[in-house]
Write a protein that binds this ligand. Structure first.
Ligand code: SF4
Ligand code: SF4
Ligand code: FES
Length: 343
């Protein structure tokens, strides 16, 4: 089949600005976008820069944006993404500095992974014999271990787009992998660090990392589970967990969200609230501050659900010891947990 690759070209050392370049090549019907790019480099333009190695979705080096969506070029079939005119658009990963064409600077990405100390930290001196983890425990962390550090989730992350200080989905999924590992004894230290600025509370649940991950790691699910664990560990003196709790309290009190109350309760107190005054005034002027919390039809049913959940918690039939409603609400029903935890 014939395909036109519309490729982002940019060499910061010689070009003033990026440009698009089109290449028309003939590839096999089963060809991947990576096959087509390699064909371009070998037969048409040897100056095109791209990264690849295994060509089998194992090494993670060929991540890029294909038709604006982040993913592995070696896992994406041309015929599945070409439009009616046979055009496929290829760009480097977003949220990362371009070194040349499709090659990005991965150093900041790996710095963030290193920052979560991605290695086992057992308690006490090394044991005389190896720690044999149960099959169940290892099954639990297997999903996160599948990460190939391709960076596609970071490229797609809507928070990374605007806030470079966010640790990001790859590093947080990696952190979860060790918090969930029964051989690791540094949970408290890890969760404390992850509860700070740039950590677990900065994710906006946009699901992009879950959607694009080629290995099913589901970083957002790991982040939500880290939040639950942090709250259960008593790490609640931060805006994120206050917001989570305020959200649940608001709905259990009135059956629907009281946005003004939630915003106020998410702060640490009057002093911080004062700092937010300019934002509050701007929101008010633009009509974004609801002045009244009206009764809504059906809200009573929602309140009843919350009451019932509270009763079930009281009987120990659901939930986890020490977990408040906010902790549970911040956790999806299918969130991964430490093996042996009630799910
Ligand atoms: S769910 Fe969170 S971590 Fe994942 S892409 Fe969205 S903001 Fe980023
Ligand atoms: S979590 Fe998925 S998308 Fe993100 S780096 Fe790992 S394998 Fe790639
Ligand atoms: S070339 Fe290794 S993952 Fe694509």
């Amino acid at each position: 089949m014939e395909v036109t690759l519309r490729v982002f070209r940019f060499n910061p050392e010689t070009d003033e600005r990026p440009r698009w370049q089109e290449y028309r090549v003939t590839v096999e019907d089963y060809a991947t976008v990576l096959d087509a790019l390699i064909e371009v480099r070998e037969s048409v333009d040897e100056t095109l820069a791209l990264r690849c190695s295994c060509r089998s979705h194992i090494c993670g080096s060929c991540a890029m944006r294909i038709n604006r969506r982040s993913g592995l070029a070696c896992k994406t079939k041309v015929r599945e993404v070409a439009d009616a005119d046979g055009v496929v658009t290829v760009e480097p990963m977003a949220t990362m500095r371009v070194i040349k064409d499709l090659v990005v600077d991965l150093e900041p990405f790996f710095d963030k992974v290193r920052a979560v100390e991605p290695y086992l930290q057992p308690a006490g001196p090394p044991p005389e014999r190896e720690y044999i983890a149960s099959h169940e425990d290892m099954e639990n962390v297997k999903g996160a271990q599948a990460c190939i550090l391709c960076g596609a989730c970071v490229s797609a992350c809507t928070v990374m787009e605007v806030d470079g200080s966010f640790l990001g989905p790859t590093a947080l999924a990696k952190a979860w992998r060790f918090v969930a590992d029964p051989r690791d004894a540094a949970d408290e230290k890890r969760l404390t660090a992850l509860s700070g600025p740039g950590g677990i509370w900065d994710c906006t649940h946009c699901f992009m990392c879950v959607e694009v991950c080629p290995k099913g790691v589901a970083p957002m699910e790991r982040i939500l589970d880290l939040r639950r664990r942090a709250m259960e560990a008593g790490l609640t003196d931060n805006n994120g967990s206050r917001h989570s709790q305020a959200f649940v309290d608001s709905i259990s009190e009135s059956g629907w969200l009281d946005e003004t109350k939630v915003a106020i309760r998410s702060t640490s107190g009057p002093l911080e609230l004062l700092g937010w005054a300019p934002v509050g005034i701007r929101s008010f002027v633009r009509g974004k501050v609801p002045l009244r919390h009206y009764k809504r039809p059906g809200a009573e049913h929602v309140k009843r659900i919350f009451r019932r959940l509270g009763e079930l918690d009281g009987k120990g039939r659901r939930g986890r010891p020490g977990a408040g409603a906010g902790a549970r609400a911040a956790t999806p029903s299918n969130a991964p947990g430490k093996a042996g935890d009630a799910q």
